[in-house]
Design a protein around this ligand. Structure first.
Ligand code: FEO
Length: 164
């Protein structure tokens, strides 16, 4: 059975994952209408992944005797200054999500809630990958600068999820 504190924290995390999904969907729309179809595909997929992160938490709460609430979400902004601005804000966002996951784990350790701690370790690994991905994309965009032919290739690569 989940403690009230842990359930509240997991519920809060559901909201964060759902907001991430919304945010990435808004970014995907922006990239799509700007003609960056590869980036758009990547972001549509990221949005789906975040929904899956949310769903895992929903099911975990319900399976552990709690009752998950589906959160209300604010509409994310529609316009972004550049691809660099998009990926910088993704990195910033993911760093905050990582902090929130670490906070849940600290609470689990305090309460000796080993099973929630164990469940949350999947998110720790996932966050590392996501932050790393955002950083490598930012580095790549930095190198590309205003070189439009490199940008074209980058867009194609990202659409195929081949960016290292
Ligand atoms: Fe599921 Fe990117 O946080």
């Amino acid at each position: 059975m989940l403690s009230t504190t842990i359930q509240e924290k997991l519920q809060n995390q559901i909201q964060k994952e759902a907001s991430s999904s919304h945010l990435y969907l808004a970014m995907a729309c922006w990239a799509d209408v700007k003609g960056f179809s590869g980036v758009a595909k990547f972001l549509y997929d990221q949005s789906d992944e975040e929904r899956m992160h949310m769903l895992k938490l929903v099911k975990f709460i319900n399976e552990r005797g709690g009752h998950a609430t589906v959160p209300a979400l604010e509409s994310p902004k529609k316009e972004f200054d550049s691809l660099m601005a998009v990926f910088k804000s993704i990195l910033e966002h993911e760093i905050k999500v990582t902090e929130s996951i670490n906070d849940i784990i600290t609470a689990c350790l305090k309460e000796n809630d080993h099973s929630t701690n164990n469940f949350m370790q999947w998110y720790v690994t996932e966050q590392l990958e996501e932050e790393q991905m955002a950083r490598s994309i930012i580095d790549k965009l930095d190198m590309i600068g205003s070189d439009t032919s490199s940008l074209y290739l980058f867009d194609k690569e990202l659409g195929a999820h081949n960016v290292e």
